[in-house]
Design a protein around this ligand. Structure first.
Ligand SMILES: [Zn+2]
Length: 330
């Protein structure tokens, strides 16, 4: 991991914008290639897919944002007009562009499909809102989608597997959506404390089958109505499925690595599985309003802020679990 000078991004398509990035961050999913869990490209790879910033330039067909707007975008560029987008699945837009291919851990970034991708805030944000708006770009939107996919809502018992920034955001979302009880799996005292601040009512330290059994015990033998899976491993996926009662919902938002589900075992769980890359763009207007009105403070997931020059140290801190989520500033 290193920081170097690159060419200034420019407008390529008439639907592009170029933004000056005011903050970016390191995602748990950036750790997969960092740790070598994904094949490395033969050339150095730009990193990052989370970003907030100010519009510097727009292409001739961009209408919804203008130069000078402060904007939040999601980790997938989307047209926001195709049938998949209209149904609320912008992360799988038929014209989607993964922002990780562009690399937003950078001072400037080209944003494809700017009209569909970027959401302008009501004005220039106060500095204390920056971490929360940054969280909205990915982890908050992803946790929110996980909670929605787990059918969080009034009267519901929701469990969350994964105490990283997405799992913690899912707790916040489950609370906002009115869930009655929120059970967080965590062994990490500081993350347990933040989970409780975000609305967790119960903490379970056990993992795997032991953790799932504990949730059954806490819920009269039934299991959770819904579980958010925010890790992406074989163990975490089965932990989420086994934590959920028959007829319940698993919202899986951890990027899957090496997960294989045996059909017969899955068959007898009778759970709904719904997940994938979160359509953050779908939730952004609502999330920006909640942040702007100071109703939620998801920026608390950032526990380390570094200048972008020190990005390598940020990766190391997250890899070693010394930091939950690292904010990079310019
Ligand atoms: Zn679309």
């Amino acid at each position: 991991m290193r920081v170097e000078e690159r060419d200034m991004p420019r407008i390529v398509e008439t639907t592009d914008a170029v933004i000056r990035v005011t903050a970016t961050c390191i995602c748990g999913s950036d750790l997969w290639p960092y740790r070598g869990a994904e094949p490395l490209s033969s050339t150095p790879q730009a990193m990052g897919h989370e970003y907030i910033g100010v519009v510097e330039q727009i292409g001739s067909d961009v209408e919804n944002v203008k130069v000078g707007d402060f904007v939040v975008g999601s980790f997938v560029a989307s047209d926001n007009t195709c049938e998949i987008c209209a149904a609320g699945y912008q992360s799988r837009c038929v014209h989607n562009v993964m922002m990780g291919e562009i690399g937003t851990q950078a001072e400037f970034a080209r944003i494809p499909l700017a009209d569909g991708t970027l959401v302008a805030t009501p004005g220039q944000p106060d500095p204390e809102l920056i971490p929360s708006l940054m969280a909205a770009s990915d982890v908050l939107g992803t946790g929110w989608y996980g909670a929605v996919a787990a059918e969080a809502g009034p009267g519901k018992i929701i469990a969350v597997v994964g105490d990283g920034a997405v799992g913690l955001s899912a707790v916040l979302a489950a609370k906002q959506l009115g869930s009655e009880r929120i059970i967080m799996f965590s062994r990490h005292p500081e993350r347990q404390a933040l989970a409780r601040a975000f609305g967790a009512t119960d903490i379970v330290e056990g993992r795997g089958d032991e953790g799932a059994a504990k949730v059954k015990e806490l819920t009269g033998g039934y299991g959770a109505h819904g579980t958010v899976e925010a890790v992406g491993t074989q163990e975490s996926m089965w932990q989420a499925i086994n934590t959920t009662r028959p007829g319940g919902y698993v919202g899986y938002v951890g990027v899957s690595h090496g997960v294989e589900l045996d059909g017969l075992n899955l068959f007898f769980t009778s759970v709904h599985l719904h997940g994938g890359p979160a359509p953050v763009r779908h939730y952004l207007p609502e999330l920006i309003d909640l942040i702007w009105d100071r109703k939620i403070d998801p920026g608390k997931v950032f526990d380390l802020t570094l200048p972008v020059e020190d990005a390598a140290e940020g990766y190391k801190a997250m890899d070693e679990r010394r930091a939950t989520k690292v904010l990079l500033t310019f």
